[in-house]
Design a protein around this ligand. Structure first.
Ligand code: UD1
Length: 427
């Protein structure tokens, strides 16, 4: 069993460059299905979710050449299957992002039903309702969703009940090949959606309004392969900014390789907490907080406060001078992290989708378990300031989305290591 062990109390300094965004890279990889031929993706993060998406594409007949650690050449000329099998979808829900592209390319898709995950039920009903409006017929059997667009995809106006990231992306990727105009109303506005639309437009699609609540897509007959660079990972950046706010030396910590405008609400809320964040070329410089003010945060779709930064900022608020309230509006079950942080001495009471965080003087290192991707990273960050040693287990969650997390922290001066320890727990 691998764990990450952190010795708390060491100051951080220097510069960390974030990788390409996981949530963008996965969808861009899926979108290569729409353009038969060789698409080159640059700045692809070397993380396990990307490896799973690579396996999904290969299962369908694509070939992937690794040009260098962060550059993939994906050849989708020979794709001849439209199935995303259970073994892969069970490993990564985002595999469902191939549904829209498969419908656009082949007129059909067979996707294993994703089921629940540790963030709650995470339904895909909005993906299905939206695609039905475009003429797709759905059937389910033996744990699979069968989507059939053999009568042709036809543009339509779709109003999403909630600005779902995944539903917006699947609809865009199907609509680019539909006949006529599709309008997605109440579309999600995340920067990763803009990145996807930018690549699809380079491929010959006609998408207007990505990044706004109304996205309009004129269908085209074909798309062609391109070269595209994945946008920087705002959530990885935010995670390092929190680490710097807790432990930066007097010179501060520089976090680069992303656009601060993609992290606007996080930076604003951290500034409200008294943290000094300077804009620099390609990113920010963060200074250690002398005193942390309590905060009131609600997670919301972009440009609101991202649910993917909720756990990291909870670490900061756990050391604030007063009481903070953190409200999670996007996912159920996203407070499992709080009970791990309590094991490190935090004072947090969770009621329904609210966490009341009463600031404490300090955290103390403990053995804790990653509940999910962001919660796992937040526990490592908490370990940086906790007294003594923190050992974080179940770090496969962290590997899903953070490239070389331990190495990047060590380069900043953190005393952190990845260890393989014997696992005596029967499971
Ligand atoms: C994406 C991100 C994830 C991020 C989330 C919200 C990827 C791979 N993942 O997830 O990191 O936390 O956006 O910013 O890009 N919902 C439904 N029915 C649907 C679709 C969604 O009820 O058809 C619900 C979900 O259960 C969830 C909420 O809507 O409670 C938000 O989901 P969504 O925005 O779709 O997130 P994902 O695309 O799954």
């Amino acid at each position: 069993m691998d764990i990450i062990r952190v010795e708390g109390g060491h100051l951080l300094e220097g510069r960390v460059a974030v990788s390409g965004a996981k949530n963008s890279a996965l969808k861009l990889m899926a979108a290569t299905l729409l353009a038969p031929g060789k698409t080159t993706l640059e700045n692809v993060p070397n993380i396990s979710d990307v490896h799973v998406m690579g396996k999904v594409l290969k299962y369908m007949g694509a070939t992937i050449e690794v040009l260098d650690e962060h550059t993939l050449c994906i050849d989708t000329s020979a794709v001849n299957s439209w199935e995303a099998p259970y073994e892969l979808v069970a490993k990564m829900r985002a595999s469902t992002a191939v549904m829209g592209p498969l419908l656009g390319r082949m007129g059909k898709a067979k996707i294993a039903m994703p089921g629940g995950c540790n963030l709650g039920a995470r339904k895909i009903d909005m993906h299905i309702l939206g695609l039905e409006a475009l003429g797709v017929e759905f059937d389910t059997d033996h744990g699979y969703i069968h989507a059939d667009a053999s009568k042709g995809l036809v543009g339509a106006t779709v109003t999403l009940e909630f600005a779902s990231v995944g539903a917006t992306e699947n609809l865009i990727m199907a609509a680019v090949k539909a006949k006529g105009t599709t309008v997605i109303d109440n579309a999600a506005r995340e920067p990763e959606i803009v990145d996807l639309a930018n690549m699809l437009n380079k491929m010959g699609a006609q998408i207007a309004g990505a990044g706004t609540p109304v996205v309009t897509i004129e269908g085209v007959d074909e798309l062609h392969p391109v070269t595209h660079r994945v946008v920087g990972d705002r959530i990885e950046a935010g995670t390092f900014i929190v680490a710097g706010a807790l432990m930066a030396s007097d010179a501060g910590v520089e976090v680069v390789g992303f656009s601060p405008i993609h992290l606007g609400m996080v930076i604003k809320k951290m500034e409200d907490m008294g943290i000094v964040i300077d804009r620099i070329e390609g990113g920010v410089r963060v200074h250690r907080a002398e005193r942390i003010e309590p905060v009131d945060i609600q997670t919301l779709p972009f440009p609101g406060f991202p649910t993917d930064m909720q756990a990291q900022v909870m670490v900061l608020s756990s050391l604030a001078d007063g009481n903070s309230i953190i409200t999670e509006n996007i996912f159920e079950n996203r407070f499992m992290f709080a009970s791990e942080l309590v094991r490190m001495g935090a004072n947090i009471r969770v009621e329904s989708h609210h966490a009341m965080v009463h600031g404490v003087e300090g955290l103390s290192g403990a053995q804790v378990t990653s509940p999910d991707l962001r919660g796992g990273a937040a526990l490592v960050v908490a370990g940086l300031i906790a007294e003594g040693y923190t050992e974080v287990s179940a770090i496969h969650h962290i590997d899903r989305g953070y490239e070389r997390f331990v190495e990047k922290l060590r380069a900043l001066g953190a005393q952190v290591e990845r260890l393989t320890v014997p696992d005596f727990i029967d499971d």
